[in-house]
Design a protein around this ligand. Sequence first.
Ligand code: 8YV
Length: 326
Amino acid sequence: MKQKVVVFSQIDSEILSLLNDQFKVVVLDPKQGDINQQIRNEVIDADAMIGAGRVLNESNLAPAQQLKVISSVSVGYDNYDLVYLNQQKIWLANTPHVLTETTADLAFTLLMSAARKVPSLDRWTKQGAWKRTVNAEQFGQDIFGQTLGIIGLGHIGAAIARRAFYGFNMNILYHNRREKIEVAQQFNAQYKSLEDLLQQSDFVVTAVDLNQQSQALIRADELKLMQKHAIFINISRGSVVDEQALIEALTNRQIFAAGLDVYQKEPLADSPLFQLENVVTLPHVGSATAETRKKMAQLAYHNLIDALAGNTPKYLVNEHFDSDVK
Ligand code: 8YV
């Protein structure tokens, strides 16, 4: 009998047809009603799940009888209850590396857009407000040669640093759980406490995983440390920042601007952020290019295939239980 795969979000069509060739595939569809109920119904006899962007934990996975692997089409895995998956001996696999450069590109897109007011000036121009030469209201902030503070010097943080160092001659500061001496040397990046980084940077970018240490890392007190002309960029996870405190800092012009790709609650709906001219809002598109999303789907597919063949997937998140249990 064919093994059963539950696809819990939209997935690349070529990968879907590869899955269909080999497995009994059930694709969940939020339009067909409560997605968590669909998960509970379908997971009972599922061997594998593949997808992204859903919270999976005991509340929807409990009925699973033979689930071996959840193959996430993402590098982040904060939406999965890893403790529960470990208890249940369910493998979790992710898709690192293939999205690093694309996500770093997006960080720079946000940085430059916020610094040079690209979205609001675009609207202004199209509205016909450009009557004579621009004045101080339309002025942005310099990028070249400025100081960039990177919170989280992992793969994506390092790819941002590379752009900043080679492309924009920026002075780079970083904060990380551990010092990253070798990576930092490549970009002349200096390790700083969070407080010093916030005080000394013209731009602050968060590129950390969401975990217990990084949850609400940036709150009102941290935002107060930033300079008045500074720009805050978040491409990691919304919950790294106290969004309400950020909204207040932007409303009171305590900082110059923000560029956000991620939010405490996604999709972002009816937010005070929508009223602010000094924030650039994107809909969680860090990795969203056609090429990269395809590579992520391929990697997730290979992780799934490995796991269903009984082999440890290449990018296993939960390494601490024996692979021979399944
Ligand atoms: C995902 C991301 O594709 O990989 C991650 O962690 O944030 C994105 O690249 C997204 O989470 C899918 O919903």
